[in-house]
Ligand binder design. Structure first.
Ligand SMILES: Cc1cc2nc3c(=O)[nH]c(=O)nc-3n(C[C@H](O)[C@H](O)[C@H](O)COP(=O)(O)OP(=O)(O)OC[C@H]3O[C@@H](n4cnc5c(N)ncnc54)[C@H](O)[C@@H]3O)c2cc1C
Length: 378
């Protein structure tokens, strides 16, 4: 059993940490306040190869593993959760279905430029009436001659205002329930496809989000990813990775919150001494550090199970549940340690406090994850 990073992993971590310290942290608050897609940082992440970590070299990737992907997510989230979220979308949900089920032409036209950061990817499941309950989606794809015709609306779609292509979940046969859903590729500019209202939010503002809609939107038959009826099993095949990735984002964000607390508690003086000298504050730091370490172990253990090709639905769900709740506990304590300055715009801790909320939803809410874990206790 070995709980340490090997030399290649440690070097990779240091390289990303340097990028984050020098290029992300100095601009994160300003970019977050603008609430715009961070074009130049996105390009830079593409140039550094961060979008292709687990894809084959023939598509421009570097064929590394889930542990390395978690290191990337953790380090980026330490700097700015919005950039980490966009990177995860680009390198996992937004491109994974094309890689696994697309044609070679689709991979050449979309996956390869996406890995370089030249095209932006999005992933569309959620609808106004269907969040957790995916079976309730209303979007349909009807086969007509040599095309599918898409109709419906999606919401909460990360990158929608700027994306070049979308992986979209729709029914080909509603009577079959989840056995009748499939993923389709839709490119920006396809007639009948439009981007709707942008959703303003208090969390991850650099990750721009909008509604999208399909009105008699005609796409070629080859844009169905995989075989008819396979959409749900395809989604199940990526859920553990999404959960572990969200766990790694949570660890990165909480790590930064702890660093900010240590710094603040050494600088802030009350009753003639730094507040970090008070036992109550030391105990809080001890609790945060322990919570964080427990989450990290769960996340990297689940990542290791994925790399060993072992089934890990329970472990990945536990990792996401514990780590995302831990991040929210940590930012709550962290803002308390900062006193009134915890909600002051000039301190980064208020951004971490807002951003942590996002971690609770993607990859399954805590309520649903508890149900999934409970179901595994047979
Ligand atoms: C910043 C951000 C980015 C996002 N990006 C994307 C994206 O790119 N693409 C995309 O498709 N979606 C995206 N989403 C949507 C996200 O996937 C959904 O928020 C998530 O699936 C939960 O759905 P919901 O918010 O509609 O909550 P709901 O499903 O309406 O849940 C509301 C509450 O009810 C609880 N609940 C629901 N069902 C049950 C049950 N059976 N038992 C017990 N409790 C239950 C939930 O746990 C929750 O507490 C994004 C969301 C956010 C916040």
């Amino acid at each position: 059993m070995d709980f340490t990073l090997n030399s290649e992993e440690e070097l990779f971590r240091k390289t990303i940490a340097t990028f984050v310290e020098k290029e992300v942290m100095p601009v994160a608050d300003e970019l977050e306040n603008k609430g715009e897609f961070p074009n130049s940082l996105f390009q830079r992440a593409g140039n550094l190869g961060y979008f292709g970590l687990r894809y084959p070299t023939k598509y421009g990737g570097t064929e590394t593993n889930t542990i390395m992907f978690c290191i990337l997510c953790e380090e980026l989230a330490r700097g700015w959760l919005s950039l980490a979220m966009i990177t995860a979308m680009q390198s996992l949900m937004g491109t994974n279905f094309i890689y696994r089920f697309g044609t070679e032409d689709q991979k050449k036209d979309l996956l390869v430029p996406a890995i370089k950061g030249e095209k932006i990817a999005a992933f569309a499941l959620t609808e106004p009436g269907a969040g957790t309950d995916l079976e309730s989606i209303q979007t349909t794809a009807k086969k007509e001659n040599n095309h599918y015709i898409l109709n419906g609306n999606k919401t909460w779609i990360t990158n929608a205002p700027v994306a070049d292509f979308f992986t979209v979940l729709a029914y080909t046969d509603k009577s079959k329930g989840l056995k009748g859903v499939n993923f389709f590729l839709v490119e920006k500019g396809t007639p009948g496809f439009s981007i709707g209202k942008k959703i303003d939010k208090i969390s991850v503002r650099g990750g721009t989000i909008a509604e999208i809609s399909f009105d008699e939107c005609k796409i070629p038959l080859s844009n169905m990813l995989g075989k008819d009826g396979e959409g749900y099993p395809q989604l199940q095949g990526i859920l553990a990775e999404i959960r572990v990735m969200t766990g790694a984002l949570s660890v990165g964000l909480a790590r930064r919150a702890l660093e900010e607390c240590i710094k603040y508690s050494q600088e802030r003086k009350q009753f003639g001494r730094p507040i970090g000298k008070f036992q109550a504050i030391r105990m809080k730091l001890g609790e945060i550090a322990t919570d964080l370490e427990a989450a990290r172990l769960l996340v990297y253990y689940a990542a290791w199970l994925i790399d060993q090709k072992k089934s890990c639905m329970k472990e990945a769900s536990m990792a996401k549940l514990f780590a995302s709740e831990m991040a929210n506990r940590v930012v709550d304590e962290a803002t308390r340690i900062h006193g009134a300055y915890g909600i002051a715009e000039e301190f980064p801790i208020q951004r971490l406090f807002r951003d942590a909320r996002f971690l609770l939803y993607g990859g399954g809410t805590s309520e649903i994850l508890k149900l999934i874990i409970g179901r595994e206790m047979k």
